[in-house]
Design a protein around this ligand. Structure first.
Ligand code: HEM
Length: 515
């Protein structure tokens, strides 16, 4: 895809900016891989295991015939978590941890999928092709998660309903059960009390490396050294992994035991298919791949005759290099090219350190965090040079919109009672004709889905002076629904397309209006 694309940009950041500069929270919750946020590491539990079981249980309600169920975060509903087929407290933990990472561009189901991808990749597993665009359910799905006491025929039928063949079922169970184990608390008929100081929550693990993706689940099974409680459990009725693993004469498990590479590549495919199993009608995005050159958090603010310009750029798959010179070129509305040198701002890493990226800031001077652009000339697009080599997204450049921006004339009521009651001002460039201008407020709907509330601003009553570069759309603060302590972004609809600014503004930060 090409930049800008707000949803894909956000998914790409959440997927790839994992640690370090401008990183997102998800990966920090599984670093190190035995981290458990709801108790000490000695519990025998781990966030990674909870996250991977959660996505399977969210997906396993899918019915490939009628298109219902699938990855849609319906597992967040208490009604679904209360079912016997969803025994355990890992789902609640997972939602509580990952929910905070959802946004207008990233659904809760996308965050759950991202969590699983990042957990697998960072804890020894293969890279997984990730797509976004899942849609969060408004209610629970039909039941349908397999349970250990069910027989082989019902498991084959259950996986077929979910869209997986018998051999794929063997694979998916082995891929999932390379993490975690079974808890005594929720499955006392499978796991006895263990009296193990390293597993104080009495978790009997599926293999000896329960926070690492590896083929030990298969080698230990084939060698006969496995302690998997669903293979060698004292109650044969609940030995479902045993019935599943041996259902093709152990051919699949033997191939996994013989080849860590085959196990990893098979799991990468099956995990991707599991995460892409969504209700009919949901259209997923393209596979999210890192942009090699990516502007980030680009902001423009009108201050008098100047546009204050800020932002950063990320260069993928590279590290800090003091000899590198990065320049920003920007084109104004009359075709002139301006330029400035950018300053190194940090490094980020991703995918268990397999990748790193170097970031540069549009401002080099801490005292003045903006580049100043003549408002009349404006700005249309940006490009970069790295040691003289042009980076312009294959010739198209990186478009920047200066049509609708925050105006520094915004102010709050001054102490003087008769004075201006204060206003939130948005500047609209003359020649740009938005059908609507509004403020955007983050919120949640009645089923906790991230939404945006739009607060319309009326157009100016008087036409702007002929020589004005921008005209002001003004939302008076008296009687307005704005909350002084909430951040607002600015939205506009131009030719039927909606745009949003990246910069957030709080009324509490406005200066008092001048008398
Ligand atoms: C017939 C199919 C399956 C059955 C009967 C089954 C059963 C179980 C049971 C009983 C537990 C213990 C849960 C607990 O104590 O909290 C468990 C844990 C787990 N399952 Fe499965 N499972 C199946 C398939 C899968 C699949 C396909 C995946 C993922 C691809 C998966 C991933 C996990 C993970 C990661 C855990 C560990 C959770 C933790 O330690 O917190 N399972 N499974």
């Amino acid at each position: 895809y090409s930049w800008p694309s707000p949803q894909l940009d956000a998914l790409e950041s959440a997927r790839f900016d994992q640690f370090g500069h401008n990183s997102h929270g998800i990966a920090s919750f599984i670093e190190p891989c035995n981290l458990f946020l709801f108790g000490p590491n000695s519990t025998g539990r781990a966030n990674v295991a909870d996250w991977i079981r959660t996505v399977y249980h969210d997906m396993a309600t899918h019915n490939a015939t009628d298109g219902t169920g699938g990855m849609d975060a319906s597992i967040r509903f208490a009604e679904e978590q209360a079912r016997t087929e969803d025994a355990g407290n890992g789902f609640g933990h997972t939602i509580a941890t990952l929910f905070t990472q959802s946004s207008r561009y990233i659904s809760i189901a996308d965050v759950l999928a991202l969590g699983a991808v990042i957990a697998i990749e960072n804890c020894g597993g293969p890279e997984i092709a990730f797509r976004g665009g899942r849609v969060d359910a408004v209610a629970s799905n039909n039941p349908g998660v397999p349970e250990p006491q069910q027989d082989l025929e019902s498991h084959i039928a259950s996986f077929a309903r979910q869209g997986f063949s018998q051999v794929e079922m063997i694979g998916l169970v082995a891929c999932g059960h390379t993490f975690g184990g079974v808890q005594h608390t929720f499955f006392p008929d499978i796991v006895p009390e263990l009296n193990d100081p390293y597993s104080t929550e009495d978790v009997a693990h599926f293999d000896s490396t329960f926070v690492t993706f590896d083929n030990n689940i298969a080698t230990e099974y084939i060698c006969g050294t496995t302690t998997n409680p669903l293979v060698v459990g004292f109650n044969d009725t609940t030995n479902s992994d045993k019935r599943i693993f041996e259902s093709d004469g152990n051919v699949t498990m033997l191939s996994f035991a013989n080849s860590p590479g085959l196990f990893a590549s098979t799991c990468a495919d099956l995990f991707a298919r599991m995460l892409n199993t969504v209700p009919a009608g949901v259209k997923l995005t393209e596979i999210i791949r890192p942009l090699l050159v990516k502007p980030f958090n680009v902001q423009l603010i009108l201050s008098g005759n100047t546009l204050k310009f800020s932002g950063e750029v990320r260069f993928w798959d590279t590290t800090e290099d003091p000899t590198r010179t990065v320049r920003l070129l920007w084109e104004d509305h009359v075709g002139r090219i301006h330029n400035g040198t950018l300053g190194f701002s940090g490094v980020s890493t991703s995918t268990a350190g397999r990748y790193s990226a170097a970031w540069y800031s549009f401002n080099t001077n801490e005292q003045n965090p903006f580049l100043s652009i003549d408002a009349a000339a404006g700005i249309k697009s940006i490009r970069f040079t790295v040691n003289g080599k042009l980076e312009d997204q294959g010739g198209i450049g990186f478009a920047v919109q200066d049509g609708v921006v925050f105006s520094k004339t915004s102010c709050t009521a001054s102490a003087d009672a008769d004075a201006d009651p204060g206003h939130f001002d948005v500047a609209v460039r003359n020649g740009v004709h938005p059908t609507r201008v509004y403020l955007e407020q983050k919120s949640l709907d009645s089923v906790q889905r991230p939404i945006i509330i739009e607060i319309d601003i009326a157009p100016p009553v008087k036409p702007p002076p002929a020589n004005a570069v921008y005209s002001i759309w003004r939302l008076p603060l008296n009687g307005s629904v704005l909350n002084a302590f909430l951040p607002y972004t600015i939205g506009a609809e131009i030719d039927g397309v909606k745009y949003s600014t990246n910069d957030e503004h709080m009324v509490i930060d406005f200066p008092p209006c001048k008398g």
